[in-house]
Write a protein that binds this ligand. Structure first.
Ligand SMILES: C[S@@+](CC[C@H](N)C(=O)[O-])C[C@H]1O[C@@H](n2cnc3c(N)ncnc32)[C@H](O)[C@@H]1O
Length: 198
């Protein structure tokens, strides 16, 4: 009998992720794909359809001519990201840290974020308040709240209010759906920078 080798599956719901991006990709997209991996989304959505594309991944890249193998936090910290207007954050976990970092640095007019957020799963498993949620909701770090996952959408919405205030942006659109098991949430967020007259 042969034993099967199970590979880590990159996409629990690739079809839906692709559909989301096809539907909401702006016409003049310049994409920074910060969890590019094997390029499944790139192949199906971005290839040949965007004005500019760079992929970043710390473990595996799909084309060394258009991708950089590094940690995305390092990439965003060290590079000028102002020319991009689409940020693809297809994380296995929850990409809030890199989202905040982008918003802190980025100077542009409008941007679209595609976000794969697994926070709801870690909430289900631990019931704990994470560092970012502690900051945005003003509740003690690692406090246990039974069934905190039921408040996932409210918690994400508070985070959107926080980025609006903190980084002078207006969230113009926030559309989401869950995978079947309700362990991952897929988002598209459209933001507009508000430049204040001094
Ligand atoms: C869900 S997969 C991405 C799949 C990819 N979007 C595709 O279309 O094929 C998540 C990827 O994030 C990468 N990753 C996780 N943390 C990272 C980090 N801090 N910096 C860069 N890549 C990271 C992993 O190596 C993995 O390839």
């Amino acid at each position: 009998m042969k034993s099967k080798t199970w590979k880590k599956v990159d996409h629990s719901d690739l079809r839906n992720k692709v559909e989301l991006r096809r539907r909401f990709l702006p016409k003049d997209a310049r994409v920074l794909d910060l969890f590019c991996g094997r390029g499944n989304i790139y192949e199906r959505v971005y290839k040949g359809n965007v004005l500019k594309y760079i992929g970043v991944d710390k473990n595996i890249i799909h084309d060394e001519n258009i991708c950089v193998k590094t940690n995305n936090i390092i990439f965003v910290t060290k590079n000028n990201i102002n020319d991009f207007n689409v940020f693809d954050l297809d994380d296995y976990g929850s990409p809030w840290k890199v989202l905040y970092l982008i918003l802190r640095k980025w100077i542009g007019d409008k941007a679209t974020f595609f976000i794969t957020d697994g926070l709801v799963l870690s909430q289900k498993l631990s019931n704990k308040v994470t560092k970012f949620v502690s900051g945005t909701e003003k509740i003690p770090l690692r406090m246990k709240i039974p069934a905190i996952n039921r408040f996932y959408i409210d918690i994400f919405s508070t985070m959107l209010l926080d980025i609006q205030k903190r980084y002078n942006v207006k969230v113009e659109k926030a559309f989401y759906f869950f995978n079947e098991k309700k362990t991952v949430c897929y988002w598209v967020i459209n933001i507009k920078k508000i430049f204040k007259n001094i």
